[in-house]
Design a protein around this ligand. Structure first.
Ligand code: NDP
Length: 240
């Protein structure tokens, strides 16, 4: 049995591609989902990935879920904090509810996911923490004050965790995808999406598998000296 990897939001979209890639690379994979799309979770489970349902925005649920994964599969050595949502609105129309929902899921959700796993990684002197941030956390985005705040926050989390974990053999890195052809992006009105694609020098949306390959590299033993870094995979849309 390979190392145990946990992928939050691993039942569909980018997370599903990450789960499948890690499974193909020999990891034992647990994927979580929120419960909005049971069919996608069943489909993922059928591929040999064990699926678990909990809300990453809730600390106690995350802690209990993680304890269950470790009881079922063994200690989690790779954690991919991928679950995320958008609740877009121009700032003057953004409601406190839209703000809090995104902060709770995308930012506090990363704390809730990594915090219960961290002590075990420190004890075992090995760990890989990978957070899926976003191009919009790097550059900001119209109507995404809430989302961009969380995705910038993710970068602060990994840079800080990297410094705390380095001596304990733990790395923490982020991947910043550009626009990837998942349900999140396909939900954007077609006209807006076309204008987004027109602004990508590569001339296309990215594919979930292209993000999954970045994650697989950061999870591997070969990436041990890469710590506190960000891989931008965005077709040259935003060059840092
Ligand atoms: P999808 O909407 O396709 O999938 C989201 C996944 O996260 C689902 O498995 C969903 O479960 C799960 N999820 C959502 N909220 C919660 C929650 N509160 N608790 C537990 N699980 C939850 O998203 P994408 O694949 O498009 O995005 C994945 C990540 O990549 C996100 O963090 C996103 O911000 C980031 N990203 C995406 C980009 C893109 O172009 N798509 C670009 C840059 C970054 P369920 O099926 O039950 O809803």
């Amino acid at each position: 049995m390979g190392r145990v990897a946990l992928v939050t939001g691993g039942s569909r979209g980018i997370g599903e591609a990450i789960s499948k890639k890690l499974l193909a690379d020999g990891y034992t994979v647990a994927a979580t989902y929120a419960g909005n799309d049971e069919a996608a979770a069943k489909f993922t489970e059928a591929t040999g990935i064990k699926t678990y349902k909990w809300n990453v925005a809730d600390y106690e649920s995350s802690k209990a879920g993680i304890a269950q994964v470790e009881a079922d599969l063994g200690p989690i050595e790779v954690v991919v904090a991928n679950a995320g949502i958008t609740r877009d609105a121009p700032f003057h129309k953004m409601t406190p509810e839209q703000w809090h929902e995104v902060i709770d899921t995308n930012l506090t959700g990363v704390f809730n996911t990594v915090h219960p796993i961290w002590p075990g990684m420190r004890e075992r002197k090995f760990g890989r923490v990978i957070v899926i941030s976003s191009i919009n956390g790097q550059k900001g985005q119209f109507a995404q004050v809430n989302y961009a705040a969380t995705k910038s926050g993710d970068l602060g989390i990994v840079k800080s965790l990297a410094q705390e974990g380095a001596r304990a053999g733990i790395t923490a890195n982020a991947v910043c995808p550009g626009y990837i052809g998942t349900e999140m992006v396909m939900a954007i009105p077609e006209k807006v999406r076309d204008s987004i694609v027109a602004g990508i020098p590569a001339g296309r949306l990215g594919e979930p598998e292209e993000i999954a390959r970045c994650v697989a590299f950061l999870a591997s033993d070969e990436s041990g000296f890469i710590n506190g870094s960000t891989i931008s995979a965005n077709g040259a849309q935003f060059v840092v």
